[in-house]
Design a protein around this ligand. Sequence first.
Ligand code: FEO
Length: 398
Amino acid sequence: MTAKILDTLHFIGTNDRNKTLFESNWPLPFGISYNSYLITDKKTALLDTIEYGSDRSYFEDVAAMLNGRDLDYLVILHMEPDHAGMIGELLQRYPSTTVVTNARALKLLDIYFPCVDKSRTREVKEGDSLDLGHHKLQFVMTPMVHWPESMMAYCTTEQILFSQDAFGTFGTLDGGIFDDEINLEYYKDEMLRYYTNIIGRFSAQVAKALQKASTLPIRIICPVHGPVWRTDPKVVFDWYSNWAASKGEKGVVLAYATMYSHTQRTTDYIARKLSENGIRDIRVFNVSNTHPSFILREIWKYNGLVLGSCSYNTGMHPNMHHLCHEIEIMQPGKKKVFLFGGYSWSGGGLKHLQLFAQNMQERHQWELLNPGTELAGYPAAHDLAGLDPLIASYAATL
Ligand code: FEO
């Protein structure tokens, strides 16, 4: 799949609708694209590749865009194999190509592709430039966006930011490749799910990278997943700035684990009472039916979080444990938290939710507004009504 961005800049990418789990963890209901970029100036340079084996026509596309010319440089901005996968074969096909990347990426290159001769590599540092003729690439180190070696390249003459994972998204490019060819709203939710689950953990570093980038005039953003932003890159820049700030808007996500719907009954009761107390954005998830990545995306959006778990082998339900684990890793910002549990022959669900929330309180300034309540069996109406004052005071804090 190719597209002209400028006379001397080409998109070369592919859609992956076969992979079901990105990084063997994150569901891909809408697939994913891998993008690379070829500059055909006085010198030629390919920026990143694609995942190994994801598209057998990739090398044909590179050759077609080179139109008989040799490839002078392979610029590696990020070494994660969804972009670095084709490096080995590419360098075999183009034996004169020099790899241009930073010291940390060179170490990864060595462990992924030990056959690459060191004499074929050129190390660059923050602020270094690569002169291709008209295009001049300046390198900006952006560690942890997404890996330690991640960097961006900025074309000073055409004001293009090659941003690697930043500004990327899940979802294939279904015909439209550029921001002016697609319905942006279609991508926004998947872009936030990508952000919250892939690089959200590094929001402080993202904010730093955005700060660096905000000093540059940017006409086009070329990420390695999803649309190319050639008409209004400010849209995606603003989305990312908001997400990196991790400031949830007023609203509540309720995530619950239940075996026989008892905890679900409590969840629906709390959700209704929150609504009666004026909360308009309420999202409810059964953690056994929804992958944590989708729940985490919604948690990112709002300042309130209600977690409820049945007791399971004297602890919380395994699927609630999975969600809590992802929350702890991805750090979705400060939350106001309300906990509850359910039990039959032993407690434990609430206790383990409390331990989790206390840890988040200490490390990430979560607010645990009350210790929570554990309800027995099928929750009786008077037990549910007993939650009313707690729910009302919780809603008032949001
Ligand atoms: Fe798309 Fe961090 O790789």
